[in-house]
Write a protein that binds this ligand. Structure first.
Ligand code: 5GP
Length: 195
């Protein structure tokens, strides 16, 4: 999505440790009309797929997921990070390693909101090593639901998550794929896209 690539070029900041900061429009301050365009693109990409629910993870996936839910006209569920390791039998739970904070989180979804007849689109802001998505996929599978696809705003294509998930057969659609980035020069190279 050229709009997103241009915005990352303009406002993205490359940090040491392969972290791309996009706080000014995506991860801290949110540019809502811009989110609206990203949601529209997810709708275009997944049009015709039988999606009845979106699943994301708190916190930074929620904004994009909501707008995608608006376009696709489906409810949005977010997996909650649980402080307690004492998980009840009312929830599906999994452990997700956080790339940006380098810690493990217990993540839960109430059994009330994920079911065997759910056809789920998983949405997140970033895809790096794929741990967040693997955890969300695990939650859908615990409910015996179906993962219809994965929608990502920014994939870091030089990390392994996207390739691994596609090799497993998941449909992963990323609005922008960063092939390389350099913290010293600030240069960001995208995989070519037409949209
Ligand atoms: P993964 O689990 O794929 O390794 O990492 C994905 C999660 O880590 C995303 O939910 C996102 O919040 C965070 N993340 C990973 N890499 C980046 C990055 O370069 N920039 C930002 N802002 N978040 C990232």
């Amino acid at each position: 999505m050229k709009l997103l690539e241009d915005r990352i070029r303009k406002d993205g900041v490359v940090k040491e440790g392969n972290v791309l900061k996009v706080d000014s429009f995506l991860n801290h301050q949110m540019d809502v009309p811009f989110f609206y365009e990203m949601g529209k693109e997810f709708k275009r990409l997944f049009e015709g797929t039988p999606i009845n629910k979106i699943l994301t993870i708190e916190a930074s996936g929620i904004g994009i997921a909501i707008i995608a839910g608006l376009h696709l006209n489906v409810p949005v569920v977010f997996a909650k990070k649980s402080q307690s390791s004492n998980i009840s039998d009312q929830v599906y739970s999994t452990v997700i390693h956080s790339y940006t904070h380098n810690c493990d989180n217990n993540v839960v979804v109430s059994k009330q909101y994920l079911h065997a007849d759910d056809h789920v689109l998983i949405i997140d802001d970033f895809l790096a090593n794929g741990c967040a998505l693997e955890g969300l996929i695990d939650l859908v599978h615990q409910a015996n639901g179906t993962v219809e696809g994965i929608g990502i705003a920014v994939e870091k294509g030089f990390q392994e998550g996207g390739d691994r998930l596609r090799a497993k057969g998941y449909r992963v659609e990323s609005l922008a794929i960063v092939d390389s980035m350099d913290a010293k020069t600030g240069e960001i190279v995208f995989r070519s896209s037409e949209a």
